[in-house]
Ligand binder design. Structure first.
Ligand SMILES: [Fe+2]
Length: 199
């Protein structure tokens, strides 16, 4: 029997044993920053533009989600319990946004930022210290991250609408902006210096 036939029989036997084909490598089949053609009635240029704006916001949202989890873990003091719960709720909502934005990029034929190391390269949100900050500094850091995202989302929503990408504009307004604004309100109210016991 030829070596090729022997190999093919061995391969067939392996399959019959339901052995997974492990350690496979392959060429990249779509480059980051490119878009495939989908029949969604939007031009190549519009979809390229929207994907670039969405990926920048996706990177920022991934970092904001991580910051919420970090502060959920590291918060301390008299308001520990309420902030521990609130920051986790916001983290969950940001994580849902990460999925929503990423799937919009895919819907437009693009490649979503999927590796946190790429997100770290792309984000415009400053890196927090690895150690522990005081609560007002943590909350201020989160509010500034929200405003960075909101500023960009307003601008991107208007540009996307101007280019005919109503779906992206709607997602940015209805999901990213509304969620961010509400979370910013809840955070900001914790930075009001109001008496707890005596007026
Ligand atoms: Fe937790």
């Amino acid at each position: 029997m030829s070596p090729a036939k022997t190999a093919s029989r061995a391969a067939a036997k392996t399959r019959a044993n339901s052995q997974p084909w492990l350690h496979q490598k392959g060429a990249e089949i779509q480059a980051f920053g490119s878009v495939r053609q989908f029949p969604v009635a939007l031009s190549h240029d519009t979809r390229m533009y929207s994907c670039q704006r969405l990926n920048a916001l996706l990177a920022d949202t991934q970092i904001l989600h991580a910051l919420y989890k970090k502060h959920h873990w590291l918060v301390r003091g008299a308001t520990f319990y309420q902030l521990h719960l609130l920051l986790d709720k916001h983290a969950d909502e940001q994580l849902a946004l990460v999925d929503t934005i990423a799937e919009r990029v895919q819907t437009l034929g693009g490649v979503a930022v999927g590796d946190p190391r790429l997100a770290a390269e792309l984000t415009r949100i400053p890196r927090a210290p690895d150690g522990v900050e005081e609560i007002p500094a943590m909350l201020s850091r989160l509010l500034e991250a929200h405003e960075t995202i909101l500023t960009d989302a307003h601008e991107a929503a208007a540009r996307a609408a101007g280019m005919g990408d109503d779906g992206t504009s709607d997602l940015l307004v209805s999901d990213v902006i509304r969620t961010g604004e509400l979370q910013a309100w809840f955070l900001a109210e914790h930075l009001v210096d109001t008496p707890l016991v005596k007026a």
